[in-house]
Design a protein around this ligand. Structure first.
Ligand code: GAL
Length: 415
C-alpha cells in the first residue's frame, strides 16, 4: 500500500502517529473489480484525473464480475496491515467496515453532497453522521439486452411479458441463435432470479427481498418465480457454466446470443465495441418490470492511513473528483450507468441512459425504485450469500420450485 517506510516504522515503535502525507507526490492504492473492456475504460477516467492532479495510482484490480473475489482480497489486505487507500465497497458493507473504525472521514469535500444525492443514497455514504463513502453512479439491474439484427431476423419485438419472452426465445432457438446468453456464476444466476422476483411487482420484491417477509417468501407467487426461472434455464444453450458476464455480453454483441439479463454495465461493453443503442442492440426493461427499477450504486471508501481519522489529501482529491459533475458524466458514458449526482446534464447520453434516468425519477416517485439484493444494496453479506446459495443450487440441480422456495425461506433467516 502506501509509504509506511522507515518514518512510519519509527513512529509506530515510539507510539507516535505519523502525520498523513500532504505532498502532491502521494500515491493512492486502489482496489476494485473493473477489469472488462468497458469497466477498464471507465476507471481509467479516474486514474487519469488523479495523475493530472499529481497523485500516483497503484492499481489493485481483482478480476471477477460482481466483486466476490475482490472482497476476499480486501479482507486479506486489511488483516495483513496492507489496506488500500481506496476500495470499491457498497451498500451495507460500508457500515460494516465503518464499525471496525478503519475508514477515513471525507467530510471536508462533501459539504454539498446531501443537496445533490437521492436521500437514501446520501445516507448510505455516511457512518455516525460522517461521510466515509463516495458514490460513482447508478446501475439499473432489470434490463434485457437484445441483438437488434437477430430480433429483426426472427421478426420479433422486445418482450414485455413472460409469455412474449418465451415466444421470442423459441424463435431465436429455431433460428439457431442461443436464446439467452448467460454465465453460470452465482451472481449471474441471481441477476436472472432477482429480476424475475421484480417482475411480480416492486411491492412483492420489497416484501420478499428487503423485508424478508416469510409469508411472501413462501407464497404461491414465489413458487411461480422459481417456475419462470426454471423455464428460462432451458434456454441458456450449452457451455454457459462459469462463462464470464462480458463473454455472455459478447455473444449478444456478435449475434450468436439473442438476449442477456444483465445490469447496464453490459452497455459499457457495447459502447467499447462501438455498437449503438437502437441500431445494433436494444435495451428493454425485463418482462413485467417496466414500472420498476432495481438499482446498484458503486462506491469507494477510504482506509485510514496510519490511524489518522481524516482522509489524506490524495484520498480527499479522489472523493472530490468522483462526485464532480464532469467526472460523473465521463465515467458513466464509459460504464453504461447514469450519474448518481442529481442534475448532471444528460444530453451526451444514449437512449438507454436517458430511459434509465427518466425511470429512476419516475420510480422514486411511484415507490418502484428498489435496492438490488444481489449487488449488495440491502442485506448483510451473510443473508445475501445464503440466498445466493439457495438460488444457485436450484438453478444447477433438479430441485423443483417447492424445494427452491423452502431453501429460500430458510436462507432468508440467516443473518
Ligand atoms: C457489479 C458492479 C458493476 C459491475 C459488475 C460486473 O458488482 O456494481 O459496476 O462492475 O459488478 O463486474
Amino acid at each position: 500500500m502506501k509509504k509506511c517506510g522507515l518514518a512510519a516504522a519509527i513512529a509506530a515503535i515510539f507510539g507516535m502517529v505519523a502525520p498523513p502525507a500532504a505532498d502532491a507526490a502521494e500515491s493512492v492504492s486502489v482496489l476494485h473489480w473493473w477489469t472488462s473492456g468497458g469497466e477498464s475504460k471507465a476507471v481509467r477516467v479516474l486514474k487519469d484525473d488523479m495523475e493530472k492532479q499529481g497523485y500516483g495510482w497503484k492499481d489493485f484490480a481483482v478480476a471477477g464480475g460482481g466483486g466476490a473475489a475482490a472482497m476476499t482480497a480486501l479482507k486479506t489486505q486489511v488483516i495483513s496491515g496492507n489496506a488500500p487507500s481506496a476500495a470499491q465497497i457498497k451498500g451495507p458493507l460500508i457500515q460494516d467496515w465503518a464499525s471496525q473504525s478503519v475508514l477515513a472521514n471525507i467530510d471536508k469535500v462533501a459539504a454539498d453532497w446531501k443537496a445533490n444525492l437521492p436521500p437514501t443514497l446520501d445516507t448510505q455514504m455516511k457512518a455516525d453522521g460522517h461521510y466515509v463513502g463516495v458514490p460513482f453512479s447508478i446501475h439499473r439491474i432489470n434490463w434485457l439486452w437484445i441483438n437488434k439484427a437477430d430480433l429483426d431476423k426472427v421478426g420479433g419485438k422486445p418482450p414485455t411479458t413472460w409469455p412474449e419472452f418465451f415466444a421470442l426465445a423459441d424463435k431465436f432457438r429455431a433460428a439457431g441463435i442461443t436464446p439467452v446468453a448467460h454465465g453460470g456464476q452465482p451472481w449471474q444466476d441471481m441477476t436472472i432470479w432477482e429480476t424475475v422476483v421484480l417482475s411480480q411487482g416492486a411491492d412483492f420484491y420489497r416484501k420478499a427481498l428487503v423485508d424478508l417477509d416469510q409469508q411472501t417468501l413462501t407464497s404461491p407467487q414465489m413458487v411461480q418465480v422459481f417456475d419462470i426461472v426454471r423455464r428460462i434455464h432451458g434456454y441458456l444453450g450449452s457451455g454457459y457454466q462459469a462463462r464470464d458476464w462480458n463473454v455472455a455480453t459478447g455473444m449478444v454483441l456478435s449475434g450468436s446470443g439473442g438476449m442477456q439479463f444483465m445490469g447496464d454495465w453490459a452497455k459499457g461493453e457495447f459502447a467499447n465495441a462501438n455498437k449503438k443503442a437502437d441500431v445494433d442492440y436494444i435495451c428493454a426493461p425485463a418482462p413485467g418490470t417496466s414500472n420498476a427499477y432495481t438499482y446498484s450504486v458503486d462506491s469507494f471508501v477510504f482506509f485510514q492511513e496510519r490511524g489518522a481519522k481524516d482522509a489524506t489529501p490524495g484520498q480527499l482529491a479522489m472523493a472530490k473528483t468522483i462526485m464532480s459533475v464532469d467526472f460523473q458524466q465521463d465515467f458513466s458514458l464509459y460504464k453504461g450507468s447514469i450519474p448518481v449526482r442529481l442534475n448532471v446534464p444528460m444530453d451526451k447520453f444514449d437512449t438507454c441512459a436517458k430511459k434509465s434516468y427518466a425511470d429512476e425519477i419516475a420510480t422514486i416517485k411511484s415507490s418502484g425504485f428498489v435496492p438490488s439484493l444481489e449487488f449488495g444494496m440491502v442485506q448483510s453479506a451473510a443473508t445475501e450469500g445464503a440466498i445466493t446459495d439457495a438460488v444457485t443450487k436450484f438453478m444447477n440441480s433438479n430441485e423443483d420450485s417447492a424445494q427452491g422456495v423452502k431453501a429460500l425461506a430458510a436462507a432468508a433467516k440467516v443473518r
